[in-house]
Design a protein around this ligand. Structure first.
Ligand SMILES: [Zn+2]
Length: 301
């Protein structure tokens, strides 16, 4: 009897007939899972396209999605301080760090700023203590991220491994074509100095030749004091920093004050897929950011 039941289970229609249920912590990872998984996955993102860099309000309906997920894909390091609470509520050990349904895609990525001291401020805002977690903003890192995604999906659905591999190869071929274009578009501006609001951009800057000289947040996630903001603005003016990189959720009054007083030109770059209607997927995220950057720098007096 047991043998018969096992046989039925083994020969039952494809295990993942409805698609592998994947939940990601960001729209960027959602896009990369889609690129690899194609029609074999159903994937949702816990974070919306635009949100504070390390704060996300997860809705009750999303908790149910997490509970039902076969796979949770996350940035890792200390990028998602809000996720621990979600996992405690959901209480599915397989999705907990190290569980069979957990995928931390930071593994294998060459991290920057690993020397940032892990100091908790009194305001409790400090993140980036294990290296800078905004590594998806170097498109080259999509190679290792998608390799991890192939492995995780193929573990759940071995029959479709070749399909996942093929999808990834196609995605990387498209990435290579675009990357050549992005590098050409930014070539005239290599070496340009910039100040950022949040330290989201070290990987992007390294790839495209920007030199980030300071951040408005004195420590990641901590707003500046009036005196530190005044000192930074003065320094930007004295050293003629030409560019201030803000994000959609940056404090616009701070950005306006700093650019007005320092003479730097502001550019709003989007850190995540969906942050602009013209950026519905991972590749178009860079199309939009490179275009905005080139526009800001070409207009420089
Ligand atoms: Zn950050």
């Amino acid at each position: 009897m047991l043998r018969a039941v096992l046989l039925i289970l083994a020969t039952a229609a494809p295990t993942w007939a409805g698609g592998i249920a994947v939940v990601t912590t960001s729209t960027d990872l959602q896009s990369l899972v889609r690129a690899v998984g194609g029609d074999r996955v159903r994937v949702t993102s816990l974070a919306p396209a635009i949100h504070e860099p390390h704060a996300v309000d997860v809705k009750p309906s999303q908790l149910a999605e997490v509970k039902a997920a076969d796979l949770l894909v996350r940035i890792g390091l200390d990028h998602e301080p809000w996720l621990a609470r979600v996992l405690t509520i959901v209480n599915e050990p397989r999705l907990a760090p190290g569980g069979a349904g957990d995928l931390d895609v930071s593994r294998g990525v060459h991290l920057l700023q690993t020397e940032t001291p892990r100091v908790r401020s009194e305001r409790g805002g400090h993140v980036h203590g294990f290296g800078n977690p905004h590594y998806w903003l170097d498109p080259e890192n999509a190679r290792v991220i998608t390799a991890s995604i192939v492995e995780a999906l193929a573990r759940l659905d071995p029959v479709d491994r070749a399909g996942f591999d093929l999808n990834r190869q196609r995605f990387l071929a498209a990435l290579d074509t675009r990357l050549a274009r992005w590098l050409a578009a930014t070539a005239p501006y290599r070496g340009t100095r910039a100040v950022v609001v949040h330290e989201s951009w070290p990987y992007f800057a390294e790839r495209f030749g920007l030199v980030i000289v300071a951040a408005i947040e004195p420590t990641p996630g901590v707003p500046p004091s009036p005196s530190s903001l005044a000192a930074l603005t003065q320094h930007m003016k004295a050293t003629r920093v030409p560019l201030l990189i803000a994000e959609p959720e940056s404090d616009t009054s701070v950005v306006r004050r700093v650019t007005a007083a320092s003479g730097a030109r502001p550019v709003v770059l989007i850190p995540s897929v969906g942050g602009d209607p013209a950026a519905p997927d991972y590749l178009s995220l860079f199309d939009v950011n490179i275009a905005r950057l080139a526009e800001a720098l070409s207009a420089r007096p």
